[in-house]
Design a protein around this ligand. Structure first.
Ligand SMILES: *[C@@H]1O[C@H](CO)[C@@H](O)[C@H](O)[C@H]1NC(C)=O
Ligand SMILES: *[C@@H]1O[C@H](CO)[C@@H](O)[C@H](O)[C@H]1NC(C)=O
Ligand SMILES: *[C@@H]1O[C@H](CO)[C@@H](O)[C@H](O)[C@H]1NC(C)=O
Length: 405
């Protein structure tokens, strides 16, 4: 081994000198290409080790910034990867090539544990991820054969997750067919996601586009999302979430919740959703909470929304239940200060507006301004349902929502 060390140094020096031409005084950005770490990129060979090694080199690199490069024209087959910080400089990851997960659930290498994620970034502050590549979870087999029975508690991996990281930018990439959620942001702050394309078939189970949990200051802009579950779902502990310029469908719409399962105290606030188009989705903008929960969903704005053939364009459901019946309780997650402005389009079901609030904690400060939703069905009129709602309305409202004054 010892006699190869000089060679190793030479090699390292070669990589640095080729990719980092010192500019004037110091080296600003060092590039680590996965091919230089032994990745084959032929779509079959397992390239996991090369990615691990390239990440380690990138993360340890000192200087202003370091880039992990996944070049175009290659397909890299990788097992679950954890890119761990904390890194020595600002790290960029440029993914122009394609990444694929193992196709068969049985060959996923999960260290004997459940596979929770496929690609994760953990504790990487200042991370920038960009590129024109596709991140393909190849989840078909997970959806169809593996854990079909919901009761066996088997966990399917999330495709791509940013955890415990601050100041993250992610842009340009395509995500598809993750076994479960496509992308998740958890316990992170100041995450900017834009120009993403996220897709999974409309009938694939639990394949939410982007899931947000315990995170603050999240911006999602200019993206096209179509999946088998929510395009964006906003879970407990989320606040200051801005979602704009999204095309959603197929899917279940943009959802806050579900909150308050099993009596949990859960909170979401300061959510701003604007300029979104829903096409053929089951819901449009939705807030869902369980009976018996505590906490709140408040200070929420949905504006400039278009719906084409969505089943329920506007819905608050405080009786959320994922099996046949759930008991009613005397506590609920409190929903207040929700504004619906400039929402136009069509609904494929008659009930275009459903505000089903809890008796225990009525919804308050619900405000609608210019909401007009017609039926896609010939000669059919849309209608609304209101239960335990207090609020007001302005401008043109159709269907009529009599509970708002
Ligand atoms: C990467 O670095 C970490 C921490 O230094 C180490 O524990 C891990 O084994 C390294 N991984 C590889 C693939 O070298
Ligand atoms: C983000 O949402 C907040 C409301 O929660 C709003 O005041 C702010 O203007 C929004 N920012 C952007 C950039 O849209
Ligand atoms: C719970 O309350 C709602 C609204 O009053 C009602 O429609 C529903 O039937 C009740 N569910 C049960 C299980 O009692």
């Amino acid at each position: 081994m010892a006699k190869f060390l000089p060679l190793l140094f030479l090699f390292t020096y070669y990589i640095l000198s080729v990719h980092c031409r010192p500019h004037r005084n110091n080296c600003h950005n060092v590039i680590f290409n996965v091919l230089d770490f032994g990745a084959s990129g032929n779509g079959c060979t397992d390239d996991t080790q090369a990615f691990d090694d390239a990440w380690n080199a990138t993360c340890k690199s000192k200087g202003q910034s370091a880039t992990l490069r996944v070049p175009s024209g290659y397909t890299f087959s990788v097992q679950p990867l954890v890119f761990k910080g904390r890194c020595k400089s600002n790290v960029k990851v440029v993914i122009d090539g394609d990444l694929i997960a193992p196709r068969k659930p049985s060959v996923w290498d999960c260290d004997g544990k459940e596979c929770r994620h496929w690609i994760s970034f953990y504790h990487v502050d200042g991370l920038q991820i960009s590129g024109s590549g596709t991140i393909d979870g190849q989840g078909t087999k997970w959806w169809t054969s593996y854990c079909k029975n919901k009761d066996n508690h088997c966990k399917k991996p999330t495709g791509f997750i940013i955890e415990n990281s601050n100041n993250v930018h992610i842009s340009g990439l395509t995500f598809k067919d993750s076994p479960q959620m496509q992308i998740a942001f958890e316990r992170s702050t100041w995450v900017y996601a834009d120009s993403l394309t996220i897709s999974a078939p409309g009938d694939s189970p639990n394949t939410d586009g982007i899931h947000i949990q315990h995170s603050k200051h999240i911006f999602i802009d200019q993206s096209r999302i179509g999946t088998g579950d929510d395009c964006v779902s906003i879970g407990d502990g989320s606040s200051h979430i801005n979602i704009s310029n999204i095309q959603c469908g197929p899917g279940h719409g943009i959802s806050i919740g579900s909150l308050g399962k099993d009596g949990m105290h859960e909170t979401v606030e300061f959510v701003h959703v604007r300029d979104v188009e829903f096409s053929g989705t089951s819901n449009g903008v939705r807030i869902k909470t369980w009976q018996g929960g505590r906490g709140y969903a408040r200070n929420i704005v949905f504006e400039n929304i278009k719906t084409h053939n969505a089943q329920k364009p506007i819905i608050i459901d405080q009786y959320y239940c994922d099996h046949r019946t759930c008991k009613n309780h005397t506590s609920a997650v409190k929903v207040s200060n929700v504004r619906y402005s400039n929402i136009h389009g069509t609904s494929s079901l008659d009930t275009a507006v459903e505000l089903a609030c809890s008796e225990a904690a009525p919804c308050t400060d619900i405000y609608m301004n210019d909401v007009v939703i017609y039926s896609t069905k010939h000669r059919s009129q849309t209608s609304s349902v209101c239960l335990n709602v207090k609020g007001r309305q302005d401008g043109e409202i159709f269907p009529r929502v009599p509970c708002l004054t």
